[in-house]
Ligand binder design. Structure first.
Ligand code: E4P
Length: 218
């Protein structure tokens, strides 16, 4: 399972990278705005900075909603750095753009996916990644994890190569459950990854080991 971090904050990206288990980064226009990154030039520079920190894929989202605009923007984004994955919304024009990018060797992440039907369409169009937003479904009393399971079943039935990128992950149990279901990737906050570290018996055990060592080595 690949671990992506869902942020545009460079310090958090560095911290996750230093942990040694980071496979990529996802961003979106809201995350860029949260970091105060505005204006096309600054936004593009920021994507390059992120690519310089991480070794893996970096999703950069198009703002256009028409086919021509998405293609122009996506080609510009893909030119920025070889690690850039063009993030395209799950709308009719987006599907056309994903098909175009797929035919032209540009990798994509189909975002804002909330149903298995949408995920099927993204795979048919040749998306590299599909991003079902599990946290936002949970927020409206709908089982986000069940959507991951449905998409896994459909993709396995037909051998689709599109990777399931569980997005809108909010906490560590989301990560674990996605791993059990077989999501290829998860993207969430650093806390959702660091939560995997924690167990009180580890802390108690280490304290005892160190105390016993100290007793015998004074
Ligand atoms: C996915 O790529 C999105 O950036 C993200 O996971 C959305 O998460 P949120 O629902 O926590 O905003």
């Amino acid at each position: 399972m690949k671990f992506f971090i869902d942020t545009a904050n460079l310090d958090q990206i560095k911290e996750a990278q230093e942990l040694g288990v980071l496979d990529g980064v996802t961003t979106n226009p809201s995350l860029m705005a949260k970091e105060g990154i505005t204006g096309k030039d600054n936004i593009y520079k920021h994507y390059k900075k992120i690519c310089d920190i991480v070794d893996g894929d970096v999703s950069a989202e198009v703002i256009s909603t028409d086919f021509e605009g998405m293609v122009k923007e996506g080609e510009e984004l893909a030119e920025l750095h070889e690690q850039i994955i063009v993030k395209v919304p799950m709308i009719k024009e987006g599907i056309k753009a994903i098909k175009y990018f797929s035919d032209n060797g540009i990798k994509t992440n189909c975002t804002l996916v909330f149903s298995a039907g949408q995920a099927l369409l993204a795979a048919k169009a040749g998306a590299t990644y599909v991003s079902p937003f599990i946290g936002r479904l949970d927020d409206i009393s709908t089982d986000g994890l069940n959507l991951i399971a449905e998409i896994r079943l459909i993709y396995d039935n037909y051998g689709f190569e599109t990777e399931i990128l569980a997005a809108s992950v909010r906490h560590t149990m989301h990560v674990l459950e996605c791993a059990k279901i077989g999501a290829d990737v998860m993207t969430g906050p650093l806390s959702s990854i660091e939560g995997l570290l924690k167990h009180p018996l580890t802390d108690i055990g280490l304290e005892k080991f160190l105390a016993d060592y100290k007793k015998g080595n004074q």
